[in-house]
Design a protein around this ligand. Structure first.
Ligand code: EPU
Length: 453
């Protein structure tokens, strides 16, 4: 098993290049399956989740040429070899479930997709996906196959456009609805849709493919079903989660890092919160430079939310940053009910953080009366000490790397493959910035945690 060893105490300095967005790339690969035409993607990150999605597409019949050095990938699926997604993809990530929307209009066969679980950051059910796809005429059933569960989906009569009302602006349910609506007969309206930049990226890609797809001012998306598709070339937007993670690394270690390709537009809310605590940044034409200004003031209230709110995946690195600010800050997680599992380890490293079941914030959220620890009070500044750490999920994992970079002494972090699923060449990037990080082999072996991205 690979162990990441991090020796804390070095200010990170230098320049790195932002990777393409994980949560856009994987969706565009799925979207390419709707059409029989070639699609070219540029700025594709070399990360585990893209590898898994490419394998999935190949399983279904996609021809893929991936030039990893050039970050360029060509994909074409002239016909579907199968619409059965084997159980080995079960729990690999959240992508298989989107295959239902992408394939429904392309085959009259049953689509069989392993069930998605996911208790590490919350239950992550797919009830919104199912309700939305059923609105367009799909029949979806959960059944047991051997020992594991699977969804059987079909639209033997074809899909027909309709009005989908989402109970919550779920990213995945919006994407699944869009994917299905492209080949549905007539027009589809999605109300209360997610408008995250990665969803917009999917819309841009599909428009290039020939779709007629519009976004109204009130979270409403309209799609006209089509049958004829164009070849597509698309350059993927930069990853705003990776960029925020390195921004926090720069500021909390009292360093200075330029992130080439980081985009102000998609980081607007993050940048405002950074400014509130005294974090420095310069926005340049080709990226953003982040730096420590000498004093970080806490005492802030931070609430995660759907876009354009403060994104839930920025919460974990930001919590580490708040441990280094003077004052008491309040963090309210409103997207996932169980996204503070990583706090216990930060406490062990010396952070002063208390968790609460109540909504400590401006507004009661969906979890107000549901007894989850979803608010945190962080008192800073506290020194951290190195520790032995096991990664529970992708974003918590990078937060631990950040904490280890700040800590006195050496930390040993288990779960490197989990980090590799979302962060491209992170050891090289951190080393280039002067961090003392290395991989060592341990004789212990432990399976990779599933389903947390
Ligand atoms: N939800 C339901 N029912 C559903 C769907 C969602 O109750 O049918 C709930 C979820 O349990 C959660 C909330 O709605 O409490 C939001 O979930 P959403 O569907 O928006 O999330 P997702 O599509 O599963 C994507 C990203 C996540 C990111 C969220 C929120 C991918 C592969 N994952 O998840 O990214 O946190 O949107 O922006 O795109 C990550 O990259 O590490 C990651 C977890």
């Amino acid at each position: 098993m690979k162990i990441l060893q991090v020796e804390g105490g070095t200010a990170l300095k230098g320049k790195i290049k932002a990777q393409g967005a994980k949560n856009a790339t994987t969706k565009l690969l799925v979207a390419s399956l709707i059409s029989d035409q070639p699609c070219i993607l540029n700025n594709v990150p070399n990360i585990g989740d893209v590898e898994i999605t490419v394998d999935l597409c190949k399983e279904l019949g996609s021809e893929v040429i991936w030039d990893k050095k050039a970050h360029r990938l060509q994909i074409r699926t002239p016909y579907l070899k199968t619409s059965y997604i084997p159980q080995r993809f079960s729990g690999s990530n959240r992508i298989p479930i989107l295959m239902i929307g992408a394939l429904l209009g392309r085959t009259e066969e049953d689509i069989i997709v392993p069930t998605a679980g996911g208790d590490r950051i919350g239950k992550r059910p797919i009830n919104f996906h199912i309700k939305a796809l059923e609105t367009l005429g799909a029949k979806i059933e959960a059944r047991v196959m051997k020992t594991e569960g699977a969804y059987f989906a079909q639209a033997h009569e074809g899909l027909t456009g309709g009005v989908i009302q989402l109970d919550y602006p779920s990213v995945g349910a919006t994407e699944n609805s869009i994917l299905a609506a492209i080949r549905a007969k007539g027009s589809t309206t999605i109300k209360n849709a997610a408008i995250e930049p990665e969803v917009i990226e999917l819309m841009l890609f599909l428009q290039k493919m020939g779709a007629v797809i519009t976004l109204d001012t009130d979270r409403t998306i309209h799609i006209e079903g089509i049958k004829k598709f164009h070849p597509v070339e698309h350059t993927i937007v930069s990853d705003r989660i990776e960029a925020a993670s390195y921004a926090v690394a720069a500021i909390s270690t009292k360093g200075r890092v330029f992130i080439e390709g980081a985009q102000q537009l998609n980081m607007l809310t993050f940048l405002n919160k950074l400014r509130e605590i005294g974090g420095g940044f310069n926005i340049k034409s080709d990226g953003i430079e982040f730096f420590h200004t000498g004093h970080l003031t806490g005492g802030m209230h931070l609430e995660t939310d759907v876009h354009p709110g403060f994104m839930t995946d920025w919460q974990q690195p930001f919590a580490v940053l708040l441990t280094q600010t003077q004052g008491t800050s309040v963090l309210h997680e409103t997207v996932y009910e169980n996204r503070f599992g990583y706090i216990q380890m930060l406490r062990k490293m010396g952070a002063d953080i208390e968790l609460f079941r109540q909504c400590l914030g401006g507004k009661p959220c969906r979890f107000a009366t549901r007894n989850y620890y979803h608010s945190a009070v962080i008192r800073g500044a506290t020194p951290l000490v190195g520790s032995e750490i096991s990664i529970p999920d992708l974003r918590a994992g990078f937060a631990y790397v950040l904490a280890a970079l700040l800590a006195e002494g050496t930390s040993s972090i288990e779960g490197v493959p989990m980090l590799e699923r979302g962060y491209e060449h992170f050891i090289e990037k951190l080393s280039d910035l002067g961090a003392k990080v290395k991989i060592v082999e341990s004789k212990k072996s432990k399976p990779l945690a599933k389903l947390a991205v």
